[in-house]
Design a protein around this ligand. Structure first.
Ligand code: C2E
Ligand code: CA
Ligand code: CA
Ligand code: CA
Length: 274
């Protein structure tokens, strides 16, 4: 058993070393990838539950790696955050998204951009958004900044949220219900929209208690004058529950998966490039 134990330790150290090497390589890769333009944004529609109209899209980043193919964000966003690479990558995402929005014919469509806490809290992010909006000729209310509850714990990030709101951008709390903040706490923060996490949407319609809980969250958000988006709607039954709760908007595979820029342009003919 002893021998096996020490052997295990060696293997363990070796794999730690391996992990560090892989992380380092990915960090260097990521740096080069920004310069080589290997990141792309996909766009997923956000639909008004009352009318079925598409109100806007959420930008979701992917890495078009020359050898590894299309890499999903969950495989590189946390590394980008740890290494601060997210500041550079996030700037690219924000500027590319806003430039893309300027090519959409439908001038009412909105764009939601995900921003990580670290990115929000470093440098003058709000100033950079204002400059990008000005360059693209986009009115600020067409842009929503999505942040997770973690961003609300950082004073510099909250200051940026106030700035963004002063410019006229909308602020959404992403993955609502997965963190520790209560709606009562959110009341004092500059927030317009909450996006209820998919984990609350998936079980809708499966048991009465589930729907009652969902209804209560939506009802409370409404008393705070927040708009509510249900994430991860995949079935007609879930949509029925979301509508019954009087959720303002929904997003999910039932409507569409995230689409590449060209596919989005052709699938949404009201919004072809000018
Ligand atoms: P998120 O912001 O909560 O985005 C929603 C995720 O759920 C997306 O995954 C989307 O493709 C997926 N999704 C949408 N509808 C459905 C559905 O009906 N069913 C299921 N099962 N999934 C659905 P994706 O694109 O892989 O992104 C994962 C996460 O990576 C995002 O979660 C977000 O936290 C992060 N991320 C993506 N793009 C960016 C970005 O540009 N910047 C930052 N900072 N983070 C990003
Ligand atoms: Ca999001
Ligand atoms: Ca989310
Ligand atoms: Ca999420």
């Amino acid at each position: 058993a002893k021998r096996m134990g020490s052997g295990g330790a060696v293997v363990f150290q070796d794999s730690l070393h391996q992990t560090a090497l892989t992380a380092l390589r990915t960090e260097q890769d990521m740096f080069l990838a920004i310069q080589r333009d290997e990141f792309v944004l996909h766009y997923q529609p956000i639909v008004a539950t009352a009318t079925g109209a598409t109100m806007g899209f959420e930008a979701l980043v992917r890495w078009k790696h020359p050898e590894r193919g299309l890499i999903p964000p969950l495989d590189f966003i946390s590394l980008a955050e740890e290494t601060w690479m997210i500041v550079t990558l996030g700037r690219w995402i924000m500027e590319t998204g806003i430039a893309e929005l300027a090519t959409w014919r439908d001038r009412d469509l909105t764009l939601a951009i995900n921003v990580s806490p670290r990115q929000l809290g470093s440098g003058d992010f709000a100033g950079a958004v204002r400059a990008a909006l000005h360059r693209a000729g986009i009115e600020a209310p067409r842009v929503t900044i999505e942040v997770t509850e973690g961003a609300l714990m950082d004073r510099a990030a909250v200051a940026q949220l106030h700035e963004l709101r002063a410019i006229g951008c909308r602020i959404a709390i992403d993955d609502f219900g997965t963190g520790y903040s209560s709606l009562a706490y959110l009341r004092h923060l500059p927030i317009d929209i909450i996006k209820i996490d998919r984990s609350f949407v998936t079980p809708l319609g499966s048991a009465p208690g589930v729907d009652r809980f969902f209804d209560a969250i939506v009802g409370l958000a409404r008393t705070l004058d927040l708009r509510i988006v249900a994430e991860g709607v995949e079935t007609v039954q879930q949509l029925r529950s979301v509508k019954a709760a009087r959720c303002d908007a929904a997003q999910g595979y039932l409507f569409s998966k995230p689409l590449g820029a060209d596919e989005r342009q052709s699938r949404y003919p009201g919004s072809r490039p000018v």
